[in-house]
Design a protein around this ligand. Sequence first.
Ligand code: MG
Length: 258
Amino acid sequence: MNHRIFLSGVLITVISVNCFAQQKGGDPKETEYYTPVPKIVTPGASSSDAPSDAIVLFNGKNMDEWVSEKDPKAAAKWILTDNAMMVNKSAGDIQTKRTFTDFQLHIEYQIPANITGTGQARGNSGIFLAALPFGAGGYELQVLDNYNNTTYVNGQAGSMYKQSPPLANACRKPGDWQSYDVVWTAPRFNEDGTLRSPARVTAIHNGVLVQNNFELKGDTPYIGQPSYQKHGPCPIKLQAHGDKSEPISYRNIWVREL
Ligand code: MG
């Protein structure tokens, strides 16, 4: 016998015997447990539909879960259209009545088919995963038409604004409905206001991963560096951007608190 083949045979035998011995030596039950039992959640009929334990923030019928950002006692004055709500730029940003800490968010938006403008002035909006009453106003996941429109990459759709470009440009063409699925871990603060743990975000844009557990450096200002200021649970805010392009719409918004 060729001694190389013989040695290979010996090696394979040693490895197999060793694996078998390891499998045989332990009790598989030692590494299995049965409690606590995960709660039962009935999934939505499609990825757009809310699972049974979600809070529905917008179902196409009314804006009862939303208020004006400028005056949180006033109703949100965006425009209800065909199971969607369209940005009303003169009414400004809107935010949820409820506040949240860590959550899973589903939201859909549509850039109008007749969109005009270039760069940041083309379908600009944004999802503030926590709306803050100070500084840059929170942590913005950018909404923008970048189907065929260039801008600074850390400000394009799917970016955490001015901090983290998306891992891919997954924009659909204007007129199509698009989705974000987001996992948000809020920052935590010490008693004295110093940061204990930064915010983290995972975002999937139209089924494509665009933010992979990104650790934020702070809020997302237009000008200047990000920073943290101590805060607790916050509303989720949608941006009415001041550009001149045609207003975008949102629909199917739901959140699961984590
Ligand atoms: Mg924006």
